[in-house]
Design a binder for this molecule. Structure first.
Ligand code: UT7
Length: 335
């Protein structure tokens, strides 16, 4: 590519869902809950759980292979690998992106993880866009992958029913046609709400220790109701702002693809925007909340169902630990 302006474009999507399913009746045997409560309060009916020896990197590799093949490129064409995850193969090092690169046979290219919880994929999209539009990279493999079951306390009914495992991946490439480029991305954070969603250990505040394990500090803790209220308020405001700024009408959006945390959050934000049921992509009932993997898994669902076509305009929105939130408007430019 010469000196012409470059735009970052989503050229493909892929995803992987582990085989094992935990449905709501399984949870009725584990904690004091009911199918009725879970469905009414969250919309979740099932979530997929990775096998004991199936890691975040393994799920990411499956999703990435599909994304690379569907982009019509060779793995040698990838010059940056970004993995968004809060359930890495190893805490601290090496990054899961390095392990994924090795398993894919992609060597000597930049690879790193980002930690933005459920906002990770959209945060990663903003990083891919910046790398490509600055001319530094041409084909970014962007992954959102989580083995969330590895940090869930299956005796805590307030969190265990929510989360599932899975992976999604996309190839973001440099293009010359502005019509194919990502339109805009908003990514924000407010660390004053850090304790709303937190895994207290391991980390330098609570290094791994027998005491930390006995106290269950390795598990995700969530102030669910407070997070819920803030998510609805923040996302509604953020999505309205990105649409207004870019002069985009709701009717210009083919697919509203929100983070799949809770059906009630999706419905509240969608209703206040005036989104129709047909525009809104829902997977929360079958995958639960898969954190950074949730949005690419949802994009892949409509792609594999043959509903997502070249040029379709997507609106993404997400909210998660940090607290972080993000929204994006972009056309899907895969075939
Ligand atoms: O992805 C990152 C962002 N995450 C989110 O956005 C998640 C946001 N939060 C939520 O999705 C919801 O807050 C939850 C689904 C986690 C909880 O729903 P809620 O309507 O906010 O319920 P609540 O936390 O206010 O709890 C209501 C009641 C409580 O009982 P009392 O105090 O009223 O007697 C809970 O103990 O529901 C109880 N409860 C349950 N009951 C049956 C909490 N979890 C369960 C459960 N089964 N699994």
């Amino acid at each position: 590519m010469s000196n012409t302006l470059k735009y970052a474009s989503m050229r493909s999507i892929g995803a992987y869902v582990p085989q094992k399913i935990l449905n709501n009746s399984d949870f009725e045997k584990m904690v004091d809950t009911s199918d009725d409560w879970i469905v009414k309060r969250t919309g979740i009916r099932e979530r997929h759980i990775a096998a004991e020896d199936e890691y975040t990197s393994d799920m990411a590799v499956h999703a990435s292979r599909d994304a690379i093949a569907r982009a019509g490129i060779e793995k040698e064409d990838i010059d940056l690998v970004i993995c968004a995850t809060v359930t890495p193969d190893y805490f601290n090092m090496p990054s899961t992106a390095c392990i994924i690169s090795d398993k894919l046979g992609i060597r000597s290219v930049q690879a790193f993880d980002i930690s933005s919880a459920c906002s990770g994929f959209v945060y990663g999209l903003s990083i891919a866009k910046a790398f490509i539009e600055s001319g530094m990279k041409r084909n970014v493999l962007l992954i959102g992958a989580e083995k969330f079951s590895s940090i869930v306390d299956y005796s805590d009914r307030s969190t265990c029913i929510l989360f599932g495992d899975g992976a999604g991946a996309a190839v973001i490439s440099a293009v010359e046609d502005p019509e194919e480029g990502i339109v805009d991305i908003h990514a924000s954070a407010d660390g004053s709400y850090a304790d709303f969603l937190i895994t207290p250990s391991p980390g330098c505040v609570n290094p791994a220790s027998t005491k930390a394990l006995e106290e269950g500090l390795q598990y995700v803790k969530m102030k669910g109701n407070e997070t819920f209220k803030l998510a609805v308020k923040t996302l509604t405001r953020d999505v309205k702002e990105i649409l207004r700024k870019n002069k985009i009408e709701i009717s210009d959006i083919d697919w509203f693809i929100p983070h799949q945390a809770n059906y009630r959050i999706i419905k509240a934000v969608g209703d206040s925007l005036g989104m129709t049921t047909e525009q809104t992509v829902l997977t929360v009932h079958k995958y639960g909340n898969t954190s950074a993997a949730s949005i690419p898994m949802a994009i892949n669902d409509i792609y594999e169902e043959g509903r997502l076509g070249y040029g379709d305009m997507m609106l993404l929105d997400t909210f998660g630990g940090g607290l972080t939130w993000a929204s994006a408007v972009l056309p899907f430019c895969g075939r």
